[in-house]
Design a protein around this ligand. Structure first.
Ligand code: AMP
Ligand code: ZN
Ligand code: FE
Ligand code: FE
Length: 287
């Protein structure tokens, strides 16, 4: 069955393939469409769209925005961004500046407690992509201050650990409003990873819908068959659109395959058709 993937990362954020390589990978995987959804960044979209024309595969312009809700980090995937989302980009730039400041602050804290790492090394490890705690963790391991990435998180980088610094991000309202202002379709990413029971989750979704949320990612690499079925039914019940994606990152997450997730996921083309139909009905731009 023909399949699509509406949640993927390139080297513009923390993936390992360039935007063009990502699209080529989608072609090789025989996908009919792919969305590029880098974290807090739209910088890879133009290259991906160009590659889509060259390789003859439909590319959807997107991004994945981090937002905060009750101290939890929630991700919103935005799909069908305009060619130049100027206002959104300005806000994402602010977010990235805050991230850079936070990384520096974490490194300073580590140095102050005797972990011998420096920021240049961390940036190097990130290889030109978005620097984050996973790269700092790797530097800590290389410095011999932790035996592996997980223990680097547990000892230094997780909330309440010695060098933890909270992240500044948008409120849910802000993230959804920014996407709405660009005419994008907003999707709650990986709902199955939220730390909520199903009653809380349902009322949270209703709240988000009132703030402008369009839909949820029912198909996701880490969702069980049962979870996917549940979210498909929930979307219907709450009149939300359905999306789906692997959260492919390339070789840093080698267990996730483009379009197929951990192996058997398959997101039908109708998912994208249905999003487009909803956009048309609402009077939003459809390519
Ligand atoms: P950052 O955006 O810099 O806060 O880094 C977030 C990333 O760090 C997540 O996407 C995970 O890959 C990783 N991460 C966060 N918390 C943990 C944890 N407790 N243990 C291992 N990895 C984590
Ligand atoms: Zn990522
Ligand atoms: Fe995410
Ligand atoms: Fe993601």
């Amino acid at each position: 069955m023909a399949a699509i993937d509406l949640h993927t990362h390139s080297s513009v954020s923390d993936g390992t393939l360039s935007p063009a390589e990502l699209i080529l990978e989608a072609k090789k995987a025989d996908l009919k469409a792919i969305a590029i959804t880098d974290h807090d960044h739209t910088g890879g979209v133009a290259e991906a769209m160009q590659a889509g024309i060259i390789y003859n595969i439909e590319v959807v312009a997107g991004c994945e925005i981090s937002a905060t809700w009750n101290e939890d980090e929630i991700h919103i995937v935005g799909l069908f961004l305009p060619e130049n989302p100027e206002a959104l980009n300005k806000h994402l730039e602010w977010l990235r500046e805050m991230r850079a400041k936070r990384n520096l602050h974490i490194v300073e804290k580590l140095q102050a407690i005797g972990v011998h790492i420096n920021y240049e090394r961390v940036v190097n490890i990130a290889g030109g992509g978005t620097v984050g705690r996973p790269h700092i963790a790797r530097a800590i391991v290389q410095a011999g201050s932790a035996i592996n990435i997980q223990s680097a998180f547990d000892m230094y980088l997780a909330p309440k650990a010695r060098a933890y610094v909270p992240k500044k991000s948008f409120s849910m309202e802000k993230a959804l409003a920014l996407l709405q202002a660009e005419g994008a379709t907003s999707i709650l990413a990986h709902p199955g990873l939220m730390r909520m029971d199903r009653t809380q989750e349902k009322s949270f979704l209703k709240e988000l819908k009132d703030m402008g949320l369009w839909g949820i990612e029912a198909y996701y690499s880490k969702h069980s068959k049962e979870q996917t079925a549940y979210y498909l039914a929930l979307a219907k019940e709450l009149d939300l659109v359905v999306s789906g994606g692997s959260d492919f990152h390339g070789s840093i997450k080698p267990d996730i395959f483009l379009g197929r997730g951990h192996g058997r996921m398959c997101i039908p083309c109708e998912v994208l058709e249905s999003i487009k139909n909803t956009r048309q009905k609402k009077g939003f731009y459809v390519p």
